[in-house]
Design a protein around this ligand. Structure first.
Ligand code: MF3
Ligand code: CO
Ligand code: CO
Length: 257
């Protein structure tokens, strides 16, 4: 029931795994072009992760068949890589979780395939801002629920909706640990944040309605109920006694010097 507090040694292990997951997302960028299949991206993902001495956590996880999730356009999350060929104008999310020396790192981001509409670009920008705004709430002593409270406020102020059927999660020693991190929550709700907690924030923001439906045939692919676009960004975040650390932020976008 309690939220695990990681030891210094565990934090170092999770940090290394998180960096590898982020490097994997960066490596995959070159393959995101019109005509590439999502199965090819998955193959490159698996090669890269294994070449760096790690295991892709999603492979075989509750029967999930691939080394990453590839979620295109109206797919919210958990898209299964396959024969689909990326098309000019698509937006794609790749979500990678690595297991390195037993430690988990989890991150995802959006990619533009060719030329993407301003409508899609705005959704991706606001979703990334939502992650950043959630990150800023990650201060010891603050309530966990304020992450979702602020994310929801930002998304809805742009006319978007927040997916509530999938959440962020504690991560590090296992794939999914406590706490569950809701991306919409009442102000000042939930447990108090403390140094040594590590969890993901991974807002899924929809251009239309918030509801999702999972594909009945594959049991995984979650789509928007109205077929409108969805975007997602994810970082693995460490609570410290000062400024939080996004362990999967290798570009220093969140971790200011
Ligand atoms: N990486 C996803 C997350 O952020 C989980 C994917 S589980 C899978 O929590 F089975 F769909 F791969
Ligand atoms: Co996650
Ligand atoms: Co993930």
């Amino acid at each position: 029931m309690a939220i695990p507090i990681k030891t210094a040694e565990q934090i170092e292990g999770i940090r290394k795994s998180s960096i590898l997951a982020a490097q994997t997302l960066k490596y995959l960028e070159q393959f995101v072009v019109p005509g590439t299949t999502t199965a090819f991206i998955d193959q490159k993902c698996e090669e890269f992760v294994r070449d760096h001495g790690a295991i892709p956590a999603t492979k075989g996880y509750n029967g999930f068949p691939a080394a990453c999730c590839t979620s295109v356009n109206e797919v919210i999350c958990h898209g299964i890589p396959g024969a689909y060929e990326l098309r000019d104008g698509d937006i794609l999310n790749i979500d990678v979780t690595t297991i390195l020396e037993g430690y988990f790192g989890d991150t995802c981001k959006m990619y533009e395939v060719g030329n993407v509409s301003d409508y899609a670009k705005r959704l991706m920008r606001v979703t990334k801002e939502c992650l950043h705004i959630g990150f800023e709430q990650c201060v010891a002593g603050n309530k966990l629920g304020n992450i979702g409270y602020e994310i929801n406020k930002h998304a809805t102020s742009h006319g978007y909706s927040v997916v509530y059927e999938f959440c962020g999660h504690g991560v590090g020693l296992k794939f999914h640990e406590e706490p569950e991190v809701a991306h919409t929550a009442p102000k000042d709700s939930g447990p108090v944040l403390a140094p040594g907690m590590i969890f993901t924030i991974e807002p899924m923001i929809n251009a239309g309605k918030a509801r999702s439906k999972v594909d009945r045939k594959d049991g995984w692919t979650a789509r928007t109920i109205d077929g409108k676009l969805s975007a997602q960004y994810e970082h693995t975040i460490l609570i410290t006694d000062g400024f939080p650390e996004a362990l999967t932020d290798i570009d220093g976008e969140y971790n200011k010097a």
